[in-house]
Design a protein around this ligand. Structure first.
Ligand code: C5P
Length: 196
């Protein structure tokens, strides 16, 4: 059985958590596509050329444990604005989406570019303040600085020319600002059940 769930939205809106819960509940494979851009960004920070880094990305590049930092997120959103980088990562994501047994992919352009034919499209969002607060609980430091970084990344992701962050026309929007993780996950699972 092939079944694709596309989950897009800005940083720290809850996409990752919701994707993992859907994958566990329905037995789907899960791909966090942000990790691909984070890995390319990390290689560029070490001196690699962006397009070449994207074309030669390997499993071990994705397994690095320094990809979760705020810096890695910023580096990711910079390389993500380069069309050739996006193109180099496209086929891997499309192949993953067609995995036998079902797949859930989360990112920024899954419903719009990678899998426009996805069975379920969700756009998971929340106010910048709520997202920054959640991220700050994870990473600590200065909360105002975390908010500034969230806003900067939103700005870059929404305004780039190639595959900007926006909901697909047929995406269901889930605003998690006032929802618990369980409530948000219940809504997302209900959408999957409606289409299965
Ligand atoms: O989701 P995450 O915060 O890990 O993504 C890091 C960055 O990678 C995003 O800010 C965005 O610029 C980029 N990205 C993207 N397209 C995706 C996933 C992530 O452009 N499908």
């Amino acid at each position: 059985m092939k079944f694709t769930v596309a989950i897009d939205g800005p940083a720290a809106a809850g996409k990752g958590t919701i994707s993992r819960l859907i994958a566990a509940r329905f037995g789907f494979a899960h791909l966090d596509t942000g990790l691909l851009y984070r890995a390319v960004g990390a290689k560029v920070a070490e001196g690699a050329e962006a397009i070449e880094a994207a074309q030669s990305l390997s499993e071990s590049d994705l397994a690095r444990d320094d990809l979760r930092s705020l810096e890695a997120g910023q580096a990711a959103s910079k390389v993500a604005a380069i069309p050739e980088v996006r193109r180099a990562l496209l086929e891997f994501q499309r192949r993953f989406a067609r995995a036998e047994g079902g797949a859930v992919l989360d990112g920024r352009d899954i419903g719009t570019v990678i899998c426009p034919e996805a069975d379920v499209k969700l756009f998971v969002t929340a106010s910048a303040e709520v997202r920054a607060h959640r991220r700050w609980l994870e990473v600590g430091g200065d909360e105002a600085q975390v908010l500034a970084e969230v806003r900067e990344r939103d700005e870059r992701d929404m305004n780039r020319a190639d595959a900007p962050l926006r909901p697909a026309e047929d995406a269901v929007i889930i605003d998690t600002s006032d929802l618990s993780i369980d409530e948000a996950a219940d809504r997302a699972c209900a959408e999957v059940l409606r289409h299965r």
